[in-house]
Ligand binder design. Structure first.
Ligand code: NDP
Ligand code: GDR
Length: 357
């Protein structure tokens, strides 16, 4: 009988963790996730795939732990004996990393090292190979040294978060070369979805837009609107993580759409979708500026496209529209007919509601 594959995820309650869990369950995996104890529920994004563990159909299991707690990480690894580990956990907000640098570095840099050390010992003791995925970021490129950015582009991190990600990247390479670990770095450019955290710029915009249409909010306070990002769809990106771990040899890959757009372009498309002008609502607030900004990110994912056979399936315009639609739907403003780029709402009605507020 073929053994069921077991995957262990840190960050399972986050945007990517939830999509990756769905994807792995669909592939027949048993999925284990590390969650943090919080005073309010933090499992909203995975509640729909959770089955009570007393049910023998259950294939998703949750374990309390934290990236700052190496003992627990080791214990969970020993108990589960996973075939694959996806390290998605992080204090992942760049602006917040300037406010809480020490904690950010502890989770992102030291957290990765703690897992790598646990895998190293586990492999040596048992002889079982664990495949490891590290959630690297385009933020590591930071200051523009080359466009588009690819695997060979030098890093120039511009925040505590990205400095920590660079450390985690090189430590992953180092463990691969020193201890023969099957360890891969994904260098993922921004990827978004209706499950994106509410304080990242795309979701902040689409959520505020829905609230403006519903008359619950009049203004949207924002920082630098000139920054440019290579935005893709999170569901596409988690597939690339899995693909990396199915190769014969471990390697590092850039995952991107190879297109860049400014925050203003995002605003134009989002507000334009409901026939509103963003300039009537968006107000500058310097609190959303960063001490150092990353001005321009545009990836070159040709290596992943050639070697993994990965490619993005959702365009920038489709991404904006599916996020706007999901937030409008969450407030009961439109019926959503699946992920479609076609407006399903009566724009004239929406416009009249918004302008009368
Ligand atoms: P999210 O912020 O949505 O999720 C982060 C996850 O990490 C959550 O599950 C969170 O738990 C968990 N976490 C936070 N702190 C700790 C800790 N101390 N110990 C254990 N778990 C912790 O991030 P995304 O899903 O968007 O991103 C996934 C990973 O990919 C992150 O590492 C991020 O840095 C990286 N990345 C993301 C990109 C993107 O565009 N989304 C691009 C490139 C890289 P809780 O729910 O309890 O807060
Ligand atoms: P980023 O994402 O920093 O690229 O990191 P974010 O959406 O936070 O910012 C993108 C750009 O928008 C500008 N901006 C604002 N950002 C936020 N959050 N709020 C605002 O009001 C606002 N106004 C303008 C920012 O200055 C920035 O230029 C994300 C995270 O998911 C990281 O974990 C990940 O590694 C990278 O993407 C790739």
């Amino acid at each position: 009988m073929v053994e069921v594959k077991r995957a262990l995820l840190t960050g399972i309650t986050g945007q990517d963790g939830s999509y990756l869990s769905e994807f792995l369950l669909g592939k027949g995996y048993e999925v284990h996730g590390i969650i943090r104890r919080t005073s309010t529920f933090n499992t909203d994004r995975i509640d729909h795939i959770y089955v009570d563990p007393h049910n023998d159909q259950a294939r998703l299991f949750l374990h309390y732990g934290d990236l700052t707690d190496g003992t627990t990480l080791r214990r969970i690894l020993e108990e589960i004996e996973p075939h694959e580990i996806y390290n998605l956990g992080a204090q992942s907000h760049v602006r917040v990393s300037f406010d809480a640098p020490e904690y950010t570095v502890d989770t992102v840099a030291m957290g990765t090292l703690r897992i790598l050390e646990a895998i190293r010992d586990y492999q040596r003791r048992t002889g079982n190979q664990v495949r490891f995925y590290q959630a690297g970021s385009s933020e590591m490129f930071g200051k523009v040294l080359e466009v588009p950015q690819k695997e060979t582009t030098p890093f120039y991190p511009r925040s505590p978060y990205s400095c920590a990600k660079v450390y985690a990247h090189w430590q992953t390479v180092n463990y691969r070369e020193s201890y023969n670990l099957f360890a891969c770095n994904g260098i993922l450019f921004n990827h978004e979805s209706p499950r994106r955290g509410e304080t990242f710029v795309t979701r902040k915009i689409t959520r505020a837009l829905a609230r403006i249409v519903a008359g619950q909010q009049k203004h949207l306070y924002m920082g630098n609107l000139d920054a440019q990002r290579d935005w893709g769809y999170a569901k596409d990106y988690v597939q690339a993580m899995w693909m990396m771990l199915q190769q014969d040899e471990p390697d590092d890959y850039v995952i991107a759409t190879n297109e860049t757009h400014s925050i203003k372009e995002f605003l134009n498309l989002a507000f334009g979708y409901v026939n509103l002008n963003w300039e009537d609502y968006v107000v500058f607030d310097e609190r959303y500026l960063r001490p150092a900004e990353v001005d321009l990110l545009i990836g070159d994912s040709s290596k992943a496209q050639e070697k993994l056979g990965w490619k993005p399936s959702v365009t920038f315009e489709e991404l904006v529209h599916l996020m706007v639609e999901a937030d409008l739907k969450a407030l009961g403003l439109i019926p959503l007919n699946g992920h479609t780029a076609q407006p399903t709402l009566d724009r004239a009605t929406v416009r009249s509601v918004a302008t009368s507020n």
